[in-house]
Design a protein around this ligand. Structure first.
Ligand code: GTP
Length: 211
């Protein structure tokens, strides 16, 4: 019996798997649980006393869908009103966005609707949109029914899930569904053309260099 060297099967695997880098941002009112959703997704952790996000926080996680590896580049934006003007910096160039509301807060649901309208008008054309009704574990304090969330998401052509960052309900599933909805061929093309533009502009700079 002949043994394959370990490195052989590893190389085979990486050749077969296509790696896609996907920028994703989270938006929504302050306190709805955006950071906690990201922490649950990336590290399977939850904190009852999560501090307010300042500006935006960045993290990554890779998920696998069939023969594709999707490297999510996650921008968790700050929900406080004073940071609202920064949001376009994060949603422009994103391939996916999750707009989060808190099922115990009707106000956060209204804010989510405003975000969806803005994203549909000013966001990228092929943006995969997802709506997360978070804090599902606080069912007894619910102010927004599941049906209301579902109907709004359907009309907005968005993925919809109710989640709990606290107990983890539907958090992995949410990102998986987004990953499965991504137009990976288009994203690969866009990534290629922006790399080309970058290398051309750095080449120009090198040619103009007087040092
Ligand atoms: P900003 O950073 O201000 O935009 O807020 P955020 O949307 O990132 O909210 P964050 O993740 O910081 O959570 C706010 C509070 O809600 C924290 O005290 C969390 O512990 C709590 N929280 C977040 N998700 C859940 C959840 O699913 N269930 C419950 N019960 N509490 C949650």
């Amino acid at each position: 019996m002949q043994y394959q060297p370990l490195s052989y099967s590893f190389r085979e695997e990486s050749v077969r798997m296509a790696l896609h880098e996907v920028k994703l941002c989270l938006l929504g009112e302050s306190g709805v649980g955006k950071t906690c959703i990201v922490n649950r997704f990336v590290s399977d952790l939850f904190s009852e006393h999560e501090s307010l996000t300042v500006g935006a926080a960045f993290t990554t996680k890779t998920v696998r869908v069939d023969d594709n590896s999707i490297l999510f580049q996650i921008w968790d934006t700050a929900g406080q009103e004073k940071y609202r003007g920064l949001a376009p910096m994060y949603y422009r160039g994103s391939s996916a966005a999750i707009v989060v509301y808190d099922i115990t807060s009707e106000r956060s649901f209204n804010e989510m609707q405003t975000w969806i309208t803005e994203l549909r008008q000013l966001g990228p054309q092929n943006l995969v949109l997802a709506i997360a009704g978070n804090k599902l574990d606080l069912e007894s304090s619910r102010q927004v029914s599941t049906a209301t969330g579902e109907t709004f998401a359907k009309n907005a052509n968005a993925i919809f899930m109710e989640t709990s960052a606290k107990d983890g309900h539907n958090v992995q599933e949410l990102f998986k569904e987004i990953a499965e909805s991504l137009p990976l061929d288009k994203i690969a093309l866009e990534n290629k053309s922006s790399t080309l533009k970058l290398s051309r502009s750095s080449q120009k700079k090198e040619n103009n260099c007087t040092c």
